[in-house]
Design a protein around this ligand. Structure first.
Ligand code: ADP
Ligand code: ZN
Length: 731
């Protein structure tokens, strides 16, 4: 790596801080000097804030007033490629630099002085007396296994005061240790023998390894049905990257998937990788952040934000399940981790592997255009085969009222139970019923703060707004006409489907997998392991089950309502339904028994349903691509979504109209503005929402034009404006 520029004591340096002040300020390098890219603490007004030395100072003002950097933090300086990445990502997503830097410094305690510090783990004694509060602390310790916590974090997670933890320390039930600070992670051994690869796997692995050895940027779409052995293939690329002495990052869309992945990494490399996601303790987060910068960790597995770790020398980024919508960060800095991975890799000579059974249209089109290399794994590894897919025409099925499982699907489920196999019923709706209606007056219970219906969650005995999270107890009387006991659920959610299943198959063991039913990632993980080990006959699941979990005994997938995603005007409705149905049906038959997937539909002639059934994916992508191209829609055109929100309805509409009217900077690049229009969810958390959509041709400089456009206006205080480049959701 290139030698870092150094600033001697007293030299003027420009420091970018994480504070929303808009620009970098000049300081003087502290005693001992500092490197370019150093993480520092600087005075800003009366406070001390975190920053990074971004370059030489500009000068040009009263130099006597320039204050010195308070101190240099104990962390490796941010490298040039990382700084370039943050700048480019900020330009692309129109995110202010301080917000970008916040993403890159999301590790607690960065500014703590070096030296050992106290951490807390599970002790070996029992407390003399158990209280509720003490029980909660011990639960947290159990839940995270042997993890170490800071005092504040442990107390916070348990919801108790720190004195409760200290009390447990006195009793020996919690161990207090002086932890040496932030040790490197155990080295992974890339030369342990991996699994013997099948021929197509070995070829795929070799092509990825060639890219790594070349030490240049490149992106590969690794496409293969679930179970085709993609993970084994990209683990070989990880091995090659480690051999080259560089770091690798594997992004997964869901924390619950990391456990299985960690086990596989240990088996392959003899040690665990660094983990980065919301279920990791702050102590570990901090350690990982620092080790990424120092090169003290070889492989990191994490959620999308791991992309902003300050890796010293990143050589490979794998984005597993690259089509997954959770890669798009939908609040704060709006970025798509898949696209940012490609950007980051291109700036540090790294390879990207996008792995999926059902890539997004963008990636498919990039491979078609030759921008990405594409590798297909066409068969499942070993004996496992793709399930047989069929549609059940619901117009011909006899359904009793408030029942959703037709006789055909019910018969297939019964056959599985009799054979001791598992069946999965898929319904992408959390809760008991999506609508609660008053039979006396027709009133539907809505959220007070949002333009959304409240969803009954019978398990919680509450109504929940899926927009803002607001909950209230289930009323007994209609809030509108006050009639008693006339409120009735309409439509199914997974909880209601579970009732139907219990009534029809009383002998079966039923498990419901819905993200809201589990208090923690660990609880969910345990449940998944239990199910995989034959702990249930019928699994009822939302979208959660589509994400790569492995259930070897599962041989039937029944999709309750294949039409659900096809409603609505979302640009990606067809693509999403196609992906989801294929992902879900791919759950069946991963063991040695063949699987079957049945789709209940009222529209069996719909193009998407037909494409799913025929399995002719390329035909589906081509048709979808042709439609988008004709309409100038992504990936053949560019979109930016503008969302305005305010407690005051007049303000948002007036401001929206102004934006639409003064669109000269956009017209100059040939872009069009649509709207303002009330957003599909027109009120969230009491704020009225208006959307505009900007549409431009591919290849124009959209972001600078957008920036110039909005810079013409002074945004009223009570109004929030957010710009979403390449919007994924249009709510
Ligand atoms: P994907 O990532 O495409 O879903 P995986 O890599 O998880 O596929 O492979 C599916 C299953 O097959 C896993 O249980 C994996 O351990 C097994 N498998 C894949 N390739 C091999 C191989 N070459 N030898 C032995 N088992 C393999
Ligand atoms: Zn709400």
């Amino acid at each position: 790596m290139a030698e870092l520029e150094f600033f001697d004591e007293g030299a003027l340096v420009s420091v970018l801080t994480t504070e929303p002040v808009g620009r970098a300020f000049d300081y003087r390098a502290p005693e001992g000097g500092c490197f370019l890219g150093a993480f520092v603490e600087v005075p800003l007004g009366p406070r001390r804030v975190l920053g990074v030395v971004w370059g030489a100072g500009e000068g040009g003002y009263d130099l006597a007033k320039v204050r010195p950097v308070t101190r240099v933090l104990d962390a490796a300086p941010m490298g040039e490629a990382m700084r370039a990445f943050l700048v480019r990502a900020a330009d692309y997503t129109l995110t202010p630099m301080p917000a970008m830097l916040r993403l890159a410094t999301r590790a607690p305690g960065l500014a703590d002085p070096p030296g050992p510090r106290r951490v807390y783990r599970k002790g070996c004694s029992e407390p003399d007396r158990m209280t509720n509060a003490r029980g909660r602390v011990l639960d947290v310790l159990d839940e995270y296994g042997g993890a170490a916590f800071t005092l504040g974090e442990l107390a916070g997670l348990a919801g108790v005061s720190t004195s409760v933890v200290k009390g447990l320390v006195k009793q020996g039930a919690v161990a207090e240790e002086e932890a040496p600070r932030d040790l490197p992670y155990p080295a992974l051994d890339p030369d342990l023998p991996g699994k013997a690869l099948a021929v197509d796997q070995a070829e795929a692995a070799e092509r990825l390894c060639e890219g790594i050895r070349a030490g240049r940027y490149g992106t590969t779409l690794l496409k293969g049905v679930t179970g085709s052995g993609k993970t084994e293939v990209y683990l070989e690329a990880v091995a090659e990257c480690l051999r080259a002495g560089r770091q690798a990052l594997v992004l997964l869309p869901e924390i619950a998937l990391t456990a299985e992945f960690l086990t596989r990494v240990e088996a392959r490399f003899g040690a665990s990788p660094g983990e980065w996601h919301s279920g990791v303790t702050q102590t570990e987060r901090r350690r990982l952040w620092r080790m990424a910068g120092e090169g003290g960790v070889g492989l990191v597995v994490g959620a999308r934000s791991a992309l902003f770790l300050p890796f010293r020398d990143l050589g490979l980024i794998v984005v597993d399940e690259e089509h997954d919508t959770s890669y798009k960060q939908e609040n704060g800095a709006l970025y798509n981790a898949r696209d940012m991975a490609v950007l980051r890799a291109s700036l540090c000579d790294a390879q990207v592997v996008l792995a999926s059974a059902t890539p997004c249209l963008e990636s498919w089109a990039n491979a078609e255009a030759g921008k990405y290399q594409r590798i297909d794994l066409t068969s499942r590894f070993g004996v496992a085969e793709m399930p047989d897919l069929s549609a059940i025409d619901m117009r011909a099925e006899k359904l009793e009222p408030s029942r959703w499982i037709g006789p055909t699907l019910a018969g297939a489920v019964r056959a599985r139970i009799e054979r001791g196999e598992q069946a999965l019923l898929f319904l992408n709706r959390r809760g008991y019923a999506p609508v609660t209606i008053c039979r006396a007056c027709g009133h539907q219970i809505g959220c007070e703060h949002c333009d959304a219906r409240m969803v009954e969650h019978r398990f919680l005995k509450r109504l929940v707004c899926h927009q803002c999270g607001e909950t209230k107890p289930m009323p007994t009387a209609c809030p509108s006409c006050k009639a008693e006991d006339r409120l009735a659920p309409v439509g199914p959610g997974v909880e209601r489907l579970a009732e139907e299943v219990a009534a029809r198959f009383p002998e079966a063991r039923v498990a419901v997998l819905s993200s809201d039913l589990f208090g923690s990632a660990r609880a969910l993980k345990d449940k998944i392991a239990e199910i995989a080990g034959s702990g249930a006959d019928i699994i009822i699941g939302t979208q959660l089950v589509a994400k790569g979990h492995n259930f070897p005994l599962l041989t039937l997938v029944g999709v309750i309502d294949a039409d659900l995603g096809l409603q609505g005007s979302d640009l990606r409705a067809a693509e999403r339904t196609f992906q989801l149905m294929r992902q879900v049906s791919g759950r069946a038959g991963r063991g040695d028994k063949p699987g079957e997937a049945m789709l209940q539909t009222y529209q069996r002639d719909h193009a998407v349903i037909r494409a799913i059934l025929s399995g002719d994916e390329e035909a589906f992508w081509k048709a979808e691509a042709a439609e988008r191209e004709a309409a100038g829609m992504p990936p053949y055109g560019r979109l930016a979504g503008i969302v305005l929100s305010s407690p005051d309805v007049q303000t948002v509409f007036d401001f929206g109209a102004e934006l639409a009217r003064r669109d000269a900077p956009l017209r100059r690049i040939g872009a069009q503005v649509f709207g303002p229009a009330p957003a599909p969810v027109a009120r969230v958390r009491g704020r009225h929402r208006v959307r505009l959509l900007v549409k431009a041709a591919k290849g124009v400089a959209l972001q600078p034009a957008l920036a110039e456009w909005v810079a013409q206006f002074r945004v009223p205080n009570n109004l929030r404006l957010s710009i979403d480049i390449d919007p994924q959701s249009f709510y």
